[in-house]
Design a protein around this ligand. Structure first.
Ligand code: SAM
Length: 287
């Protein structure tokens, strides 16, 4: 079955037919450009063996494209008003499961177990921008079996995910994402590819899940606490960030001593440290 959605005319026709009203609180910006849709499917490298999870199918535009490329697609949509629309636009596809629910409250690991025998799944989504980070970090931290995530996000967020040490975009999100996955920028997407148009530019980024994290650390939780504390106060030194963090109980002297042992200047700022250095610091401070 060939996709019918993905252009302005057909999208408007579906919205009119159902008298659909956009809900701002759900971050609804629907794709209306077939080239962008093709690009996302290609970037995700979907094959007929794949089970794909789509987060927020909207009126089912990308879902049609995914169903053509994958073995099976599960699509989780929070907005009840979109469910009858999805049943209509996805009618005739026999490999799609529509789930009405909040992705943040759905047990995705369980879904992967049931639908894909616990084998790694691919996630593809034009994400609702108000919850980009909790969705992505939730998938990683809850140990959902993942092959890759190919997602449309705000352009600035894509830049932060990809950024390396010493750059202005480098921060806690860069380190968290890069601990779990290797990021590849697939496309920049301007606002006119969506209806309604978002106020910001967008980008498609593919996060290829590592089977083994690129660094070894004894206490993962402590690593992320240290990373967050280091970037909490952007213009302060790393030592001050750690000392002022209430979640941790690290004294100035301890932090300075640990940095000294690692051969790092005690006036260093968080944005200068690599993931490897943060891991080494976490191992020292955890002793
Ligand atoms: N995939 C469609 C497209 O590209 O045209 C729509 C993308 S739109 C940016 C985001 C979608 O996510 C909307 O349909 C919205 O209702 C849905 N959504 C928002 N919050 C959600 C949540 N917590 N769980 C599941 N879906 C959600």
């Amino acid at each position: 079955k060939e996709p019918t959605l993905g252009n302005p005319q057909n999208t408007i026709a579906v919205l009119k037919k159902y008298g659909f009203v956009f809900q701002k609180k759900y971050g609804q910006n629907f794709l209306i450009d077939p080239h962008v849709l093709d690009k996302i499917i290609r970037a995700a490298k979907i094959t007929k063996d794949d089970f794909v999870l789509e987060i927020g199918p909207g009126i089912g535009t990308m879902t049609q494209y995914l169903a053509c490329a994958a073995r099976k697609v599960a699509a989780i949509e929070i907005d009840k008003a979109l469910i009858p629309i999805l049943k209509d636009t996805l009618n005739g596809y026999d490999n799609i499961k529509i789930i009405n629910g909040d992705v943040l409250k759905t047990d995705i690991a369980e879904l992967a177990k049931k639908e894909n025998a616990g084998e790694p799944i691919k996630v593809v989504a034009n994400l609702p921008y108000y919850i980009t980070t909790p969705i992505i970090m939730g998938l990683f931290e809850n140990h959902v079996p993942l092959k890759s995530l190919t997602v449309m996000v705000q352009k600035e967020v894509a830049q932060r995910m990809q950024a390396g040490p010493g750059t202005k975009d480098y921060g806690a999100l860069s380190l968290a994402v890069q601990y779990y996955a290797k990021p590849y920028l697939a496309a920049n997407v301007p606002p006119n590819c969506f209806m309604p148009r978002p106020k910001v530019g967008s980008a498609v980024i593919r996060l290829e899940r590592y089977t083994e994290p690129p660094v070894k650390v004894k206490n993962e939780k402590l690593l992320f606490q240290i990373i967050r504390a280091s970037f909490n106060q952007r213009r302060k030194t790393l030592v001050n960030g750690l000392k002022n963090c209430t979640e941790l109980t690290i004294l100035r002297e301890e932090a300075e001593q640990a940095l000294l042992e690692l051969g790092i200047d005690s006036n260093v700022r968080g944005e200068a440290l690599t993931l490897e250095q943060f891991a080494a610091l976490a191992d020292r401070l955890g002793e």
